[in-house]
Design a protein around this ligand. Structure first.
Ligand SMILES: *[C@@H]1O[C@H](CO)[C@@H](O)[C@H](O)[C@H]1NC(C)=O
Ligand SMILES: *[C@@H]1O[C@H](CO)[C@@H](O)[C@H](O)[C@H]1NC(C)=O
Length: 385
């Protein structure tokens, strides 16, 4: 310190020759400077002591904050749809995450993953026997035998289209009651086209249904090239679909197409059947997805979707949820070459239109039977309401 003061204030410049004369003054100056230095030091130290006196309070706050953020982490993770979350079996898929107890994760993180469900009715060898190029997977309510029969007698009965094997299977959840279950068993024995899984079959649970379909395709039907998830109230023109799939421009991997839903807002009106709670899906818009009535995909996707779904928090809108999984996978849903082939409603019947479409929504099983008859008949045009 002293050396620094000496050099810094240029005492050397005073010169040794004049030193004896100025000696008392010099000593006084040194004393003064030392006092100032000491005073400064004392002030500094006392201030420091004062600071340390408040430090425990700061430390206390910091500790509290850390405890608090530990507890809000699970909430934050659950609030952001694309964060890694726990796998259904409680195994963490990212070692860099802050450890979270499984008990902190609400049940909906697990509920849609197909590993939670088991088949009661199954056709485990159907695909290895049939070797289909294309599989129609139809989610349907257990009691809706009319819809299944209409499909069985129309587009679901097309076993070969343009020389390619086609298979149609139905998926139901749990039916209510022993009698209904007995009827399903009988129907399964008769047609060998029913799959039944042990989740509660309801509109709210359609995401589970779709994920079980994906799981079945991934595990029981990997040999198929394409699959289509199609609702039970749909018209399908298998010829047109096959032409699309056999086109050299249609990819056989990471491909999914249908009626494109762009920039769709999440419905927050509690009275709507599409209502989604903010806790389930906090963002205001969905990623691009394909409308659930009927979307076609290359059959490499089901396995990828089932796997990535461990990281994507489920919500009750099945098609938008598949969209969220695709986004996480980095697979972009594509618009079909002719978007008018995937229609929602056609307001009046026109045979020419049905000859051109791939799929459109119908009003009843009987309408499917009538329209199919007309579309397949050589010329005659029927009149429908
Ligand atoms: C399916 O088509 C075949 C002819 O290819 C026909 O014999 C059979 O009755 C049809 N099945 C149904 C359920 O309509
Ligand atoms: C959805 O399915 C699960 C599993 O079977 C069941 O626990 C739950 O009650 C179902 N939810 C609704 C709303 O049907």
């Amino acid at each position: 310190m002293k050396v620094k003061l000496y050099n810094g204030y240029g005492w050397k410049s005073l010169g040794p020759g004049r030193a004896p004369l100025r000696c008392p003054k010099k000593t006084g100056f040194i004393v003064l400077l030392t006092s100032v230095f000491l005073l400064t030091t004392i002030t500094y130290i006392s201030e420091y002591l004062l600071k340390t006196a408040v430090f425990p309070d700061t430390l206390y706050k910091k500790v509290l904050n850390q405890i608090h953020s530990y507890y809000v982490v699970p909430e934050f993770l659950s609030a952001s749809g694309n964060q890694n979350i726990l796998a259904p079996d409680g195994v963490q898929n990212s070692p860099t995450q802050i450890p979270i107890k499984t008990t902190d994760i609400p049940i909906y993180h697990h509920v849609a993953h197909p590993s939670n469900y088991h088949f009661i009715l199954n056709e485990p060898d159907k695909c290895s026997q049939w070797d289909p190029f294309l599989v129609f997977m139809v989610p349907v309510a257990p009691h809706d035998v009319a819809a299944r029969n209409a499909i069985r007698s129309t587009w679901g009965n097309e076993s070969s289209v343009q020389g390619k094997a086609v298979l149609t299977l139905f998926l139901v959840g749990l039916s209510g009651g022993a009698e209904a279950q007995q009827q399903l068993k009988e129907e399964s024995r008769q047609h060998r086209d029913l799959l039944q899984s042990d989740f509660v079959d309801s509109y709210f649970n359609l995401t589970i249904k779709t994920m079980v379909i994906m799981d079945w395709l991934a595990t029981r039907c990997p040999q198929a090239t394409y699959a289509m998830k199609v609702d039970s109230d749909m018209f399908i023109n298998p010829e047109n679909l096959m032409s699309l799939l056999l086109s050299p421009n249609t990819p056989r991997e990471n491909y999914i197409t249908g009626y494109l839903m762009l920039d769709r807002p999440v419905v927050r009106d509690k009275s709507s059947k599409w209502y989604v709670a903010e806790e389930l899906y906090p963002e205001q818009k969905y990623p691009t997805y394909l409308q659930g009535m009927g979307y076609v995909f290359s059959n490499d996707l089901p396995e990828k979707i089932v796997e990535i779904s461990k990281e994507v928090k489920p919500f009750n809108i099945e098609d938008a949820y598949v969209g969220a999984c695709l986004k996480q996978l980095g697979v972009a849903p594509l618009s079909p070459p002719d978007p008018s082939q995937f229609r929602d409603y056609m307001w009046q019947y026109n045979r020419e239109d049905f000859l051109k479409v791939i799929t459109t929504i119908l009003r009843s099983p009987q309408q499917l039977i009538d329209i199919w008859k007309d579309v397949k008949s050589p010329i005659k045009q029927i009149k429908l309401e």
